[in-house]
Design a protein around this ligand. Structure first.
Ligand code: GLU
Length: 469
C-alpha cells in the first residue's frame, strides 16, 4: 500500500516470448519517472493467457528488464495468481449494486450481434438482465457485468493526450467475471493497479480506450484514478507502425548486436520524449530531466543511425574496465567464448585507443583484435598483401633497429619516421606491413598505440614472426 505522496509506476507486460522494444521503452519511461522522484517501480506479469505464459516467456521479460538495467522493486507480481482477489472485487461490486448477474449465453449474445448487424443497428450488447430482480434469476451460471452509466461521459485527463472524452452510451456493460469464474483483463488491471498502489499509469496509447473502461470500474469502486499518460507507439523509419520488416523488435536482439545497455536507455528515452535539444545524456541526467510533459503526441520513429551515434558516445565515455565487462556480457549473450584473463587485461589496456571511434561492442572487439590474438598472428587476406619479400626485409631490419629504442610514443615515432625517410618511403607504406605484423589486419588502431599496448617484447616478437617468410 502507498503512503503519502509516493509515486508508484509499473510495467505490466504480457509474456509473448520476448521483450518488445516498445515494452522496453514503456518500462524505461516508468522507471525513469519513479526513480527520478524517489518513487517505486513495479513489475506485473500479465500472465492470464495460460497458453502463452510459459516460464520461458516470463523469463524472457525478466531477462530483457535485467539487461536493460531496469530494476524493479519487490517481487514481480503474477496477475494470474491474483484471480481470487479479482473475483472478490467483482462480488463486492455485485453486493454494492455496481454490477449485476447476466445470464445471457454466448450464443444469445452472438445471435443478437448478428441480427443487429444485419439490420444495421448498433451491435453494442445491452444485457436484458441489468434490472431483473434477484427473485427472477434462474439457477444457472452467470457472468458479472458492470452496471455502467448509460448517460453522460467518461473523461480521461491524460498527461500526454490531454482531455479525452468517451460517450457512455457507446460503452457496454463490460463483463468483470466470466461465467466460469475467471476475471476479465479489464477488471484484473484495475484491481492490481489499485492494490499495488500505482499512482501513474504510463503505457502505450493502444490502451487509451481501455482507460475509459477502467475508469468506470474505478468510479464504481470509489477508488481514485491514477494519472494516465498514454504514449504514442513507436513507428518505423517510414512512419508506419513498427513491424519486423523495419528491423529487430526484441530488445535482446539489440543486446546481441552489441549496443551497450546504457546507450539503449539513452536512445529509447529519446524515442517519444525530449528535453530541449539534448540527444546524448547519462542515466542520472535522464532521471533528473524525465517528465511526462516532455512526452510528445506524435509517434517517434526508429532510427538505427541515431542509435549508432548514441552508442558511440556512450562507449567513448564509459570506463575501460566497465567496457571490458560489457564485452564479456556481450560474448556470453552471443554464445561466444569469454575472454581469458590475459585478454581482458590487454583489452583494457588497449581500450583508450579503441573506444573513441567504436559504435558497438563488436566494433570494439574488431578494433581491439590486435590485443586479443596471440602469436603467431595469422594475417587476413588484405593484410597479407602488405607482406611482400621487400616489406619482410624491412620488418627484419626494423626489428633490429627497435631493439634498443626506449618504448615511448616519442621514441617510437622518431625511429619509425627516420626509418621510413631513410628508405624513401611514406610512413603509410611502412605502416601497412607493421599493421599486418602486429595485428594481422589492414585496418587497425595506430601503429604506435598497438606497439605501446603490446609492449616491446611482444611487438618485436610479432615483427620478427612476420619478417620470416
Ligand atoms: N499487458 C498490457 C500490454 O502488454 C499492458 C497493460 C497496461 O499497461 O495496462 O500491452
Amino acid at each position: 500500500m502507498v503512503s503519502g505522496s509516493e509515486i508508484v509506476t509499473r510495467i505490466a507486460p504480457s509474456p509473448t516470448g520476448y521483450m518488445h522494444i516498445g515494452t522496453a521503452r514503456t518500462a524505461l519511461f516508468n522507471w525513469l519517472f519513479a526513480r527520478g522522484r524517489g518513487g517505486r517501480f513495479l513489475l506485473r506479469v500479465e500472465d492470464t493467457d495460460r497458453a502463452r505464459s510459459t516460464p520461458e516467456a516470463t523469463e524472457a521479460i525478466f531477462a530483457g528488464m535485467r539487461w536493460l538495467g531496469l530494476d524493479w522493486d519487490g517481487e514481480a507480481v503474477s496477475q494470474f495468481d491474483r484471480a481470487p482477489r479479482h473475483a472478490e472485487v467483482a462480488r463486492e461490486m455485485l453486493a454494492g449494486g455496481h454490477a449485476y448477474k447476466c445470464f445471457s449465453t454466448q450464443e444469445e449474445i452472438q445471435a443478437f450481434r448478428d441480427a443487429a448487424k444485419a439490420e444495421g443497428r448498433s451491435t453494442l450488447f445491452l444485457s436484458p438482465w441489468r434490472d431483473v430482480p434477484e427473485a427472477e434469476h434462474p439457477d444457472v451460471p452467470f457472468a458479472i457485468r458492470l452496471k455502467a452509466p448509460r448517460d453522460g461521459e467518461t473523461v480521461i485527463e491524460d498527461a500526454v493526450q490531454g482531455r479525452v472524452t468517451f460517450r457512455n452510451d457507446q460503452l457496454d456493460d463490460m463483463v468483470l467475471l466470466r461465467s466460469d469464474g475467471t476475471p476479465t483483463y479489464m477488471l484484473a488491471v484495475v484491481v492490481d493497479d489499485h492494490d499495488m498502489g500505482v499512482t501513474h499509469v504510463i503505457r502505450g496509447d493502444d490502451h487509451l480506450s481501455n482507460a475509459a473502461r477502467q475508469a468506470q470500474i474505478l468510479h464504481a469502486m470509489g477508488w481514485p484514478l491514477p494519472v494516465y499518460a498514454h504514449i504514442p507507439l513507436i513507428h518505423g523509419p517510414d512512419g508506419k507502425k513498427l513491424s519486423k520488416r523495419h528491423g529487430a523488435l526484441g530488445v535482446m536482439e539489440y543486446a546481441a548486436m552489441g549496443y551497450p545497455a546504457a546507450a539503449m536507455r539513452n536512445y529509447l528515452a529519446r524515442l517519444g520524449w525530449s528535453h530541449g535539444d539534448d540527444e546524448l545524456f547519462t542515466d542520472a541526467e535522464a532521471r533528473e530531466w524525465f517528465d511526462l510533459s516532455g512526452i510528445g503526441r506524435a509517434p517517434a520513429r526508429l532510427d538505427l543511425k541515431k542509435l549508432d551515434h548514441v552508442s558511440g558516445w556512450h562507449i567513448g565515455r564509459t570506463e575501460d574496465a566497465a567496457l571490458v565487462a560489457a564485452v564479456q556480457e556481450f560474448l556470453g549473450l552471443t554464445g561466444a567464448d569469454p575472454l581469458t584473463e590475459a585478454q581482458e587485461k590487454r583489452l583494457e589496456t588497449a581500450m583508450y585507443c579503441l573506444k573513441e571511434r567504436a559504435k558497438t561492442l563488436p566494433d570494439l572487439l574488431e578494433k581491439g583484435h590486435f590485443a586479443l590474438v596471440s602469436r603467431p598472428i595469422a594475417p587476413d587476406a588484405k593484410a597479407a598483401e602488405a607482406l611482400t619479400d621487400v616489406s619482410r626485409g624491412i620488418l627484419s631490419e626494423l626489428t633490429a633497429q627497435l631493439q634498443n629504442v626506449s618504448w615511448t610514443r616519442d621514441a617510437l615515432e622518431g625511429s619509425l619516421t627516420a626509418a621510413a625517410e631513410a628508405r624513401g618511403l611514406k610512413f603509410g607504406q611502412l605502416a601497412a606491413p607493421l599493421r599486418a605484423a602486429l595485428a594481422g589486419r589492414a585496418a587497425t588502431p595506430s601503429v604506435y598505440d598497438m606497439m605501446l599496448v603490446l609492449g616491446a617484447e611482444e611487438s618485436l616478437a610479432r615483427l620478427e614472426d612476420a619478417a620470416r617468410p
